[in-house]
Design a binder for this molecule. Sequence first.
Ligand code: 6PG
Length: 245
Amino acid sequence: MSGSTELKVYENLNELSRAAAAEFVRLAANAVQGKGVFTVALSGGSTPRALYELLGGELSSKLPCNRMHFFWGDERFVPADHEESNYRAANEAMLSKLNVPAANIHRIPTEMPDAHQAAERYEQELRAFFRLGTGELPRFDLMLLGLGGDGHTASLFPGTSAPMEKEKLVVDVWVEKLHANRITMTPPVFNHAVNVIFLVSGADKAATLQSVREDAYEPERLPAQVIRPVYGRLVWMLDRAAAGK
Ligand code: 6PG
């Protein structure tokens, strides 16, 4: 059984970001109205920056801040104030401008001695927050994801074991070509979410996007293909340049 898939194309990154922000606000309001809380895992990279700025700016009054819990789908194993940090990017653009209680901001603990311990600690945080029993998965209201030119999403990189991980909730990944450690949630977590939204912008992503959506299923070559929500909605929100092919 799998969830539904939608594809929405917008003229440019600005309109894509505005549409994504409106959807974010809608999902947050629905979740809080329905169960009193909204849980979201943010994506990193540059594509969501304008979205985060809208949510931290003109749309901030529409967000039920004290009922929202922010997590990260992946993180670079760098200090929280490092220019590469996904936490820092989201904090500067959005979180620092919202009245979200500090306890509701669930940063991946990159101050741990190594990436493996950071991943283990974050898995414990997910298990505690979602009160998971053995074998249970967290169900996020919203997962935001991007798409890398090599077909990665979050830090599920080709040539690593992360895209095929089926047991753990969070793993550490050595990415040889980046010469860097990453921490990432795993496919079972992404695929258990209620809403999964890919934000993809730019002509440089068009060929990869076409391969991900149309080529045979090869998640080790195209990890973004592994994102197939079991029950939830999968929404591709693209600008025209990325949708070009
Ligand atoms: C990260 C992201 C990563 C990103 C893609 C696209 O930590 O960088 O999680 O998966 O979404 O690499 O990045 P851009 O939006 O910068 O193209």
